[in-house]
Design a protein around this ligand. Structure first.
Ligand code: FAD
Length: 472
């Protein structure tokens, strides 16, 4: 053993069969499922935040897509619903995996038989410790953004993922510069055609009202109770007006194919400057850094032999086990390192965090009983539904031709301002789909990808083909 734990003082001892770390979607779904598999066993959830995230009102739309709300609740609600689940609100500082013990900041030592790490991630910032560079992860950061935007004239957004895309669309009343490293916007989610379809919205005003959100309501119980902790989720902006008052009309400049060269000190004109690799320099009030997430794994590494993936996530196998015995991981902190199904891949999204958490509970329980476990069906197909620029966006399977190395055909149907449908087909079989707008095609596409039925010669984008919604 390389690390000596004897210098860690613990003033309180606790023990449970199952210990879960993290009160985000992954940790809470794991804690809620464990009593279902093992009603007699004690469960302890340790979380740094006083509030936990719970998934509620689950309504299946198709086999793989769900409507649900995410609620922030006090940690006690979990224990009152599941008497065998206790909560410790504290920060974990060390893991001694050899003796199966976890140590917290306030001096509690928690022993476990099976541990699940669901510590999420934190935003990668383009400049650490710079007051003018803001990352968005939790409610505190949104409140900070809200405050700063009210006095701002110009904001630069760096990044091209889901958060950057949402932020650029949601923020109004200030000049915006959006710096992206790709040739088109929202590249991790959409192709250049769909980006073109969406980008037209950036020159339009939202018209006072926001698009009606038909699914995935992300609710927040009480603003006063918010504190640092779990990641935000879908519809986080619906609860907060993020508006400046400097300009009336939307004014977004997109800088394509560029990265940040440096962040420079401000002067009397602007508080901060950003220099891009395309040679341009912008003065602004602050910079929003939305360049991805780093898994919160560092605290557990000392003295433990976790294998990390390239993105810093803890590698997990098909049973959600890390490379350390009896330690599982789920959600943003882990990296799926099993032989992936042909149409599934990992993205750090709430739905995957939720499903991984539930499945990890099943795996922990099976491991305790030394029983085999069948991998969950949800890992068969990548499925994500979100809103971009007021449009519903459904992504299924290999929607961007991922892994197909350019060996595929595309079927396209576009009605400007209304819908954008892209189907990725190889060998006459559907591999993936991008459905923007109210297309009602998600269930058909999902079935065709899962069943791999030969669609050669069938024009499945003919509007006469309809899809009957699944009723359960
Ligand atoms: P988290 O929610 O980050 O929870 C981690 C938990 O671990 C927290 O409770 C934290 O307090 C605790 N913790 C961490 N370290 C310690 C420690 N040392 N000791 C004790 N406790 C600790 N996904 C989508 O699918 N769609 C979206 O539209 C979408 N929008 C997003 C918008 C924003 C602004 C952000 C930030 C994320 C968004 N996501 C979205 C991503 C989604 O929210 C995350 O993938 C998901 O919430 C991850 O859940 P998690 O449980 O793994 O981690």
């Amino acid at each position: 053993r390389e690390y000596d734990y004897s210098d860690i003082m613990s003033i309180r001892e606790e023990q449970a069969t199952f210990v879960i770390l993290g009160g985000g979607i992954a940790g809470v779904s794991c804690a809620e499922m464990l009593p279902f598999h093992n009603p007699e066993e004690k469960v302890i959830l340790i979380t740094a935040s006083p509030l936990i995230k719970a998934v509620t009102n689950v309504v299946p739309c198709t086999k793989m897509l769900f409507d649900f709300d995410v609620e922030e609740r006090t940690a006690e609600t979990l224990s009152s619903k599941h008497p065998n689940v206790s909560i410790i609100q504290d920060v974990v500082v060390t893991l001694d995996s050899v003796n199966r013990k976890i140590f917290t900041k306030k001096g509690t030592c928690v022993s476990y038989k099976k541990l699940c790490i669901c510590s999420g991630g934190q935003p990668k910032l383009i400049a650490e410790g710079n007051h003018f560079v803001l990352g968005i992860r939790d409610i505190d950061s949104v409140k900070d953004l809200q405050q700063r935007i009210s006095k701002a004239r110009r904001v630069v957004v760096v990044g091209n993922g889901g958060i950057a895309t949402e932020v650029v669309y949601e923020i109004e009343g200030v000049e915006m510069v959006w710096a992206i490293k790709d040739k088109h916007i929202s590249a991790p989610y959409v192709d250049p055609g769909a980006a073109q379809f969406l980008v037209t919205r950036l020159s339009e005003d939202k018209g006072g009202g926001k698009a009606i959100c038909k699914r995935m309501k992300y609710t927040v119980s009480s603003e006063e109770q918010m504190s640092k902790g779990a990641a935000l989720g879908p519809d986080w902006h619906a609860n907060y007006a993020i508006e400046g008052s400097y300009i009336k009309k939307r004014d977004v400049t997109v800088e394509y194919n560029t990265e940040v060269k440096s962040v420079l000190d401000g002067d009397t004109e602007w508080p901060v400057y950003i220099e891009l690799t395309n040679g341009k320099v912008y003065g602004c009030d602050f910079i929003i850094s939305a360049t991805g997430v780093t898994p919160n794994s560092a605290v557990f590494l000392k003295g433990n032999s976790f294998e990390l993936a390239e993105d810093g996530g803890m590698r997990v196998n098909e049973r959600m086990e890390t490379t350390v015995v009896d330690v599982f991981a789920a959600g943003d902190v882990c990296t799926a390192s099993w032989d992936l199904a042909p149409h599934w891949f990992q993205m750090k999204l709430w739905r995957q965090a939720w499903q991984m958490g539930m499945y990890a509970a099943k795996c922990m329980s099976a491991s305790l009983a030394s029983e085999p476990v069948m991998q969950d069906f949800c890992f068969e197909l990548f499925a994500h539904v979100t809103q971009f620029f007021g449009f519903k966006v459904v992504l299924l399977g290999l929607y961007n031709g991922q892994r197909l190395e350019g060996q595929y055909e595309i079927m396209l149907r576009v009605t400007p301002g209304e819908e954008y449908i892209k189907l990725v087909v190889r060998g006459g079989r559907l591999q993936g789909a991008v459905l923007i707008g109210e297309t009602d095609l998600e269930e058909m596409c999902e079935n065709l990808i899962l069943n791999q039925i030969d669609i050669t010669g069938i024009d499945i984008l003919d509007p006469r083909f309809t899809c009957t919604p699944l009723t359960i």
